[in-house]
Ligand binder design. Sequence first.
Ligand SMILES: C[S@@+](CC[C@H](N)C(=O)[O-])C[C@H]1O[C@@H](n2cnc3c(N)ncnc32)[C@H](O)[C@@H]1O
Length: 447
Amino acid sequence: MAGNGDRNYLDKTLQQFESYPYPDIPIEDPLNKDVEQLYKSSLVTARYRRDKKIITDLEDCAILDVACGTGATTLQLAWANPGAKIVGVDISPESVKIAEKRLRYHGFENTEFHVLAIADLNELNQKFDLINASDVLYLLPNLALTLKQLAQVLQPDGVLRGNLHSYYQRFNYYRAQTLFQRMGLMEDNPEETELGIARGFYAALRDEVNLKATTWSSDQEKIDNDQWILMNHLFQNDKGYTLPELFDALAQSDLALVDMVDWQKWDWRKLFKEPDNLPAYLAMGLENADREEQLCFYELVQPDKRLLDFWCSHPLPSKKDFSEYWLERPLEEIIVHLHPRVENFAPFRQAILDQGKLMPLNLFHCFPFIGQDSWLDRTLLTAFYAPLLDSPQTVESLVSRYLQVRPCYPADLTPVRPEEAQDLIIGMIAEQEEWGLIMLEAGIPRF
Ligand SMILES: C[S@@+](CC[C@H](N)C(=O)[O-])C[C@H]1O[C@@H](n2cnc3c(N)ncnc32)[C@H](O)[C@@H]1O
């Protein structure tokens, strides 16, 4: 089997990215508007998902962007983790040059860049709190070996984010790639001639022919975009994976799955019309299945994501869910924090603090990563989130705030009882924590 340092194998990938560094985005583009990308790139998100630890100071943290390309992901990591040291590596010198320029242009000084292959990461003599390996793992011939090489430079409590192309979601592109391999377009590095042949081939096909209907576009801008074709139809060494293959590779490399990065969207309940009214064998089977089994079920039923985007880490103690972890503690010990990427997102802040607004708010419009519509009553939303925008809160203080805002029921003016308010706030905490908007800390209030 080819090792990851295998020169012939790497050469094809290297040639492709030397001639077309990825992504082709102007250096001046700030790339920091996408709250979803910032949220997913944040070490705070990953560590809380791993072990419920809230990281507040990133000054001593080091983050590695493996296969950084032209630095778009590196810049996202820098915006998402203020104060952390950022290191970028890639085998393509041209890409590294652009990445370095990009970070400098945006004023990030605490950075380092190296032309380096994943197989040689040990040469950095450093370990990292967060490793990001975006859109690269599926290009290497031996996934378990690659993961092992990454694990060697991961701190004992660090988190590795990786992603793989989904075999089921991209199945049609793999057909196109196989065809273009047979046509000889991918023997050498695909360039203008090969791009022209691919475009000509699709133009000649009838629109309703399956390959064209599933892998081509009617959008002329897309068709004219070399990178779209190179990263899909003519992608050298591209390989699709399934979740069982990923889990197998993690096991072989002594790493444990933390969760999918878009865990909110991998919910089997959302696949059913009436999830609370399923045949018993199905409901019990799914409820009792372990997390990996539930994810595999979802993948087979609804392979709608291009990437299997995951966090993993060195093996971790078994994770408890909200009720096991928090509800067995006295309420006065639980402190609720806002996730910093939520707190700093100006449109959300504005929506919460705007006194004139009474209509319910759909949190999904602010935070698409929660993966579902979530219309929330404005009174509850404001009573809950306005104090959190100021500082972390105890559960008690959130309950008393709610009672101040809504002391009685509007229909008959009977008072809202403290136990009712408490149940409502606890329900809200459980839901918002599962979506990842708030984080909980156990401890004596420090403020
Ligand atoms: C599709 S690009 C992804 C760039 C960036 N991570 C992103 O998501 O925007 C893949 C990158 O992986 C780099 N690459 C491929 N194999 C590599 C290896 N073995 N070691 C380091 N970099 C590699 C390529 O040079 C290319 O820049």
